[in-house]
Design a protein around this ligand. Structure first.
Ligand SMILES: *Cc1c(COP(=O)(O)O)cnc(C)c1O
Length: 370
């Protein structure tokens, strides 16, 4: 019966998300597990956002506004971008897929860094197009090599800034040169899921390039610093021709009404977003200092996660950590064996991760000596 499935899907691996806390607790018979695996905010939606969502519940008999008008207006106003250039999606993941849906023919190519966000290969292969993966250089996008990888067939370049899983950024100067070097018809997609968390002066916004010679798409999300991952709302700024094409193929009601209300309210919480960004930065500093105390190498990050070289088998270590109620991601799935990717949690969660990591490393190192 496999032959009934459309050709090309055999190359696609299902997305393996971080395991939810409730499932891990049930399977292992434990309580008080913490999840530092999916780069979520450790804090919930802002209190006023929760109120806005509650206010929508009694109206759930109605379909949402299929055009997400008020949310798009709010985004347009906030970013000072025309309304017609705003699209929203069921997370920015949906927008990534829609962009591939409307741009890629089977003979087309896309360029992305590797390792980078695992959704890019999936959406490109879904269209039977070809993804050219350009290795990171010193854990960062090698924009020169990515520019060199562009051919006549290249339609899209994905720039994940900061990059998931490394947390590294490309600078304004680097992106400026890159944009100048590429052919005019290439669509550049800036995936800025962690935009609000970056505190580095040299970090560019993809919005700086929307009026340049190339079509540019900027993707952002409510899933990270806004603490709304469960609501599934992301947004994109894109040229008219892309937004119009996306509107043809997206689900008519792709963002639910609770999510729309939450996102609208959360956009007003700028000070609170800034506070979370600061807390995240402090969390990163704490993790770095503990890694240094333990003699572990790590890749300095601009996002809310960090790759750390734990010097022992990362699969075993993440399994052991999970038994102790700490859910993290093993680095091997991202091409970083012996690393863990850990999301910055609350101060208590970070301390617990470090304590359990020390225990697990001790066990595994002793086991290796035996
Ligand atoms: C988390 C993340 C997203 C956002 O996904 P949503 O679908 O908006 O939850 C997009 N891109 C990258 C690189 C991410 O890490």
């Amino acid at each position: 019966m496999d032959s009934l499935i459309r050709r090309g899907l055999e190359d696609i691996k299902p997305y393996e998300p971080g395991r939810p806390i409730s499932l891990v607790e049930k399977e292992l018979g434990i309580t008080k597990a913490i999840k530092l695996a999916s780069n979520e905010s450790p804090y919930g939606p802002f209190p006023e956002v929760i109120e806005a969502m509650k206010a929508k519940l009694s109206n759930l008999n109605r379909y949402p506004d299929g055009g997400s008008t008020f949310l798009r207006e709010k985004i347009a106003e906030k970013l000072d971008v025309p309304l017609k250039n705003i699209m929203v999606g069921h997370g920015s993941n949906e927008l990534l897929r829609l962009i591939a849906n409307v741009l890629l023919n089977p003979e087309d190519e896309a360029v992305a860094a590797s390792p980078s966000f695992i959704v890019y290969p999936t959406v490109v292969k879904l269209m039977n197009a070809k993804l050219i993966e350009v290795p990171l250089k010193a854990h960062r996008h090698d924009l020169q090599a990515m520019s060199d990888a562009i051919t006549k067939r290249t339609k899209i370049v994905f720039i994940c800034n900061p990059n998931n899983p490394t947390g590294t950024i490309v600078t304004k100067g680097e992106v400026d040169s890159f944009m100048e070097s590429i052919p005019d018809k290439v669509v550049v997609v800036f995936d800025e899921a962690y935009y609000e968390l970056v505190r580095d002066e040299s970090y560019p916004s993809g919005l700086d390039y929307i009026n340049g010679k190339n079509p540019v798409v900027v993707l952002r999300t409510f899933s990270k610093v806004h603490g709304l991952a469960g609501c599934r709302v992301g947004y994109g700024i894109a040229p008219d021709f892309i937004v119009e094409a996306v509107n043809k193929v997206r689900e008519p009601f792709n963002v639910n009404s609770v999510g729309q209300a939450a996102a609208i309210r959360s956009l007003d919480c700028e000070d609170k977003v800034e506070e979370r960004s600061r807390l995240n930065y402090e969390g990163l500093r704490y993790l770095y200092s503990e890694f240094e105390r333990l003699g572990l190498k790590y890749i300095p990050s601009h996002a809310n996660f960090v790759l750390v070289d734990i010097g022992v088998d990362d699969r075993l270590a993440s399994k052991e950590l999970m038994k102790r109620g700490v859910i993290v991601r093993s680095g091997d799935i991202f091409g970083y064996p012996n690393y863990l990717r850990v999301t910055v949690g609350t101060p208590d969660e970070n301390a617990r991760f470090i304590a359990e990591l020390e225990g697990v490393r001790k066990t595994l190192l002793e086991g290796a000596l035996r």
